[in-house]
Design a protein around this ligand. Structure first.
Ligand code: CP
Length: 344
């Protein structure tokens, strides 16, 4: 089998979207739309298989990945480490005398001998910024694998979501995304959430040449390194990336409002202070009145979403909302990714 003869460094993964060359990434967006419009456009070689490991809950990613594999005629096994599967240890050199019965080296090593590809969801720790920022757990997983790995949401990125989002934006604007105004807005949420989706949405909009504003309260700026990569994309595509702490001003003339809550760097440095600060920011909610200040903007959210906390019913149930299109495109994007990894 092709993948088994490759060294680890030669393997093609779908883990960090910034590792994917622009041409390949745009092909993936088109492939996602082809899978949606043309149906069963491609089938993998007979007998292909995927193990999907979920360390965290999921509705869309889990079902769309499993269904995509089935619809392509391959086999998927969904695993929840710690639930019917041994809990895994990750740390190098540790004495495994606690709850974890199996080290990631053996678990992923074994699964690599059985399956052609591994998918993994591992959220941010929300306690160790450097570990999350550097994707230490995901890189440990990838390093232990001798087959391609698909990131099903890691500490700092959700490339499958952003591929579906890109396809949704390209489709919504008939391919003409350049110069459209894209506002990624922070929203209140009762919990301090990871930054993965926000990072990926920002990079995607910049890569599509959009005029991007990250609207967030003071203290909730995204990682400077991610902002810098987004700036590089914007420079290459003729778009722009700015930040604002004035949500109302940011919305003027917006073509897209992408809502997402995140805990930010303060959530790592001082969780108590972040919690107190966040509880004073409940007005960072997408309402019908806010949407009426835009250029008839489309409303996007990766889901799950808390109604009337993050966004009002009026918006989600209105004609501007395209969150279900995003969710549908997750299925087509999963197939595009498998084709990207498996096509011979
Ligand atoms: N958007 C997303 O990844 O949804 P799930 O967490 O349900 O998979």
């Amino acid at each position: 089998m092709e993948t088994i003869t490759k060294t680890r460094s030669q393997l093609r993964h779908f883990v960090d979207e910034t590792d994917i060359p622009n041409g390949d990434w745009l092909d993936l967006v088109q492939s996602t739309l082809e899978h949606r419009t043309l149906g069963h456009v491609w089938h993998p070689p007979v007998g292909r298989s995927v193990a999907l490991l979920f360390f965290n809950p999921s509705l869309r990613t889990r079902t769309s990945a499993e269904l995509a594999v089935t619809q392509l005629g391959a086999h998927a096994t969904v695993l929840q480490p710690g639930v019917g599967v041994w809990p895994f240890a990750f740390t190098e050199g540790e004495a495994m005398d606690g709850n974890e019965a199996e080290h990631i080296r053996e678990a992923v090593g074994v699964l690599s001998r059985y399956y052609d590809t591994l998918g993994v969801r591992m959220f941010a720790s929300m306690t160790d910024y450097n570990q999350d920022r550097n994707e230490v757990l995901m890189q440990t997983f990838v390093g232990a694998s001798s087959v391609p790995v698909i990131n099903l949401e890691s500490a700092f990125s959700h490339p499958g979501q952003s591929l579906a989002d890109a396809a949704t934006l390209v489709d919504t604007f008939d391919g003409d995304t350049k110069a459209k105004k894209f506002v990624l807005t922070w929203t209140y949420h009762p919990k301090a959430l990871p930054m993965a989706v926000a990072n990926s949405a920002l990079l995607t909009a910049a890569r599509l040449g959009m005029e991007v504003t990250v609207a967030r309260p003071r203290g909730y700026g995204l990682d400077p390194g991610v902002m810098a990569v987004a700036q590089d994309y914007a420079q290459a595509t003729g778009g722009s990336v700015t930040e604002s702490d004035d949500l109302q001003a940011s919305l003027a003339d917006a073509d897209v409002i992408y809502a997402k809550a995140w805990g930010g760097m303060l959530g790592y440095a001082d969780p108590k202070a972040e919690s107190e600060r966040r509880s004073s920011l409940t007005d960072w909610r997408v309402t019908g009145d806010l949407m009426r200040r835009t250029n008839q903007a489309r409303f996007m959210h990766c889901l799950p979403v808390r109604r009337n906390v993050v966004v009002d019913d009026e918006v989600l149930d209105g004609r501007s909302a395209i969150h279900l299109d995003q969710a549908e495109n997750r299925l087509h994007a999963q197939k595009a990714v498998l084709q990207y990894l498996w096509q011979e």
